[in-house]
Design a protein around this ligand. Structure first.
Ligand SMILES: Cc1cc2nc3c(=O)[nH]c(=O)nc-3n(C[C@H](O)[C@H](O)[C@H](O)COP(=O)(O)OP(=O)(O)OC[C@H]3O[C@@H](n4cnc5c(N)ncnc54)[C@H](O)[C@@H]3O)c2cc1C
Length: 424
């Protein structure tokens, strides 16, 4: 059996290793289009800070790791897929055949349609190549403009601040991380970041970028201001890498549509990681969930299916934890709430503490928290476990700070139920 894996990020690597564990003699080929050994984009902020060298981002540390596992690594970029002939064509013209195909090609930054995006000194922060350019330009005192305050934007802010740059963030939404955090949380993150000396403009766009008279770059903002910059980082979102599947018949919406086994609509073709659009654990709708834990889960599920042993996932779980200049923010599940649900919000703006809980019936379906690191596991456990809170739902609605008590009480109730059930 020949398994062809396109992409050597976390999804590709975990799938290859999982297949190998279960099938010692199958042929496994893993194709990667970047020049470096398989690495984790998640480690890029540590590289920017200087805590690690490039090798520290590599997913597997020993040089012969894949060779020892008899996973054949191949450099190349897939440019076409023929699902009838079961072949993939690489940019080099080489054609690779497969019995089972996994598409784990991840995503790439969206380039907003703004004049000047191609000027030297304007970079996304997505690859190791981008990180090298940022390190070169983000010197102490450099004027850095970051376009976008989403997940990636917030994560890299700490690294930029630690490099001693003069940072300005421009976000077109009305708050920080608008697609992952409630208005209350996003507004508090903005206040925190400003307190730390970063200039933040929300409800504002970068309208054009040009060369500056007193700086390498000048950005024109929607609020009428112009900013001199040494570096502009574009963190305005990403989109799945799926150009090469055009015409293949694979169903695509915002990403490659997969079922709970990570199978596409085409026989023997699977997909995992950032490139996919899978069933959301909370809503049942198909969503793109671009986080590394989801990529790892997808990869294990796909690997099982590729060897013919299905172990369907329970749907992709939204779990966003970010450290913005030391303020830990998290959102889980259906954090925006349900139309027929109930919610409660606890806010301490002075101490940067925030908790919002979303319920449907007596089940916690989503939550957002700031500055409450102890609660992260509890929130995830209650939501993912779909724990029935019973009377604790009303107690939490009047006092959400009793979350830990509710967790312990409901965990105990569930254990007792489990004991009674198994004794019956
Ligand atoms: C700076 C930064 C910080 C992040 N921090 C976090 C975090 O704290 N927590 C978190 O959960 N997530 C984080 N992420 C997101 C996380 O890195 C991704 O969710 C994860 O990398 C997805 O893994 P993947 O294997 O699906 O895709 P990728 O890691 O993107 O790997 C895909 C691979 O496929 C290759 N490829 C693309 N096209 C082709 C082709 N046509 N042919 C062959 N190969 C191809 C790519 O070059 C790449 O090597 C961060 C991302 C960045 C950029």
């Amino acid at each position: 059996m020949k398994h062809l894996i396109l992409g050597n990020g976390p999804a590709g690597v975990i799938a290859a290793e999982s297949i190998r564990k279960m099938r010692p003699h199958d042929e496994i080929i893993m194709v990667g289009s970047e020049p470096e050994p398989p690495y984790s984009r998640m480690a890029i902020p540590y590289l920017l800070v200087g805590n690690i060298q490039e090798q520290g981002t590599y997913l597997r540390k020993s040089v012969d790791h894949f060779e020892r596992l008899n996973i054949h690594q191949r450099a190349g970029k897939a440019t076409a897929l023929d699902v009838k002939a079961k072949t993939v064509t690489l940019e080099s013209g080489d054609v690779l055949a497969y019995d089972k195909l996994l598409i784990a090609t991840g995503a790439r930054p969206i380039r907003p349609p703004i004049a000047g995006m191609d000027l030297p000194g304007v970079h996304p922060c997505w690859t190791l190549a981008d990180a090298r350019k940022i390190i070169e330009l983000a010197k102490p005192g450099a004027r850095v403009l970051q376009m976008g305050a989403g997940f990636i934007g917030c994560i890299i802010m700490e690294a930029l601040a630690m490099r001693g740059v003069k940072l300005t963030v421009v976000e077109m939404g009305n708050r920080m991380v608008p697609r992952m955090m409630t208005e209350g949380a996003g507004t508090m993150i903005k206040a925190w970041v400003q307190k730390k000396g970063v200039t933040v403009f929300t409800d504002t766009r970068v309208e054009a970028i040009g060369s500056g008279a007193d700086a390498p770059l000048q950005a024109k903002l929607g609020n009428g201001q112009t900013l001199d910059c040494d570096l502009i980082i574009s963190a305005t979102g990403v989109k799945p890498n799926l150009d090469f599947i055009a015409g293949s018949g694979i169903e695509v919406d915002a990403g490659i549509l997969v079922d709970d086994n990570m199978a596409t609509n085409i026989a023997d073709v699977y997909a995992a990681g950032d490139v996919t659009q899978a069933r959301d654990f909370s809503t049942g709708e198909k969503v793109v969930n671009m986080i590394q834990p989801a990529a790892a889960d997808d990869a294990r599920t796909a690997a099982m299916a590729m060897i013919g042993k299905t172990a369907p996932g329970r749907g992709t779980f939204a779990m966003n934890v970010l450290d913005t200049l030391g303020l830990i923010a998290a959102s889980f599940g259906q954090w925006w709430g349900a139309e027929d649900g109930q919610s409660v919000e606890l806010k301490d703006e002075q101490r940067f503490k925030y908790l919002r809980l979303e319920f449907k019936g007596d089940v916690l379906i989503g939550a957002t928290s700031l500055g409450l690191t102890d609660h992260v596991g509890v929130l995830r456990g209650l939501i993912q476990g779909q724990v029935k809170l019973g009377e604790w739902k009303d107690i939490l609605l009047s006092d959400p700070s009793r979350l830990m008590e509710a967790y312990l009480a409901s965990a105990q109730a569930q254990t007792q139920w489990g004991v009674v059930k198994s004794a019956a």
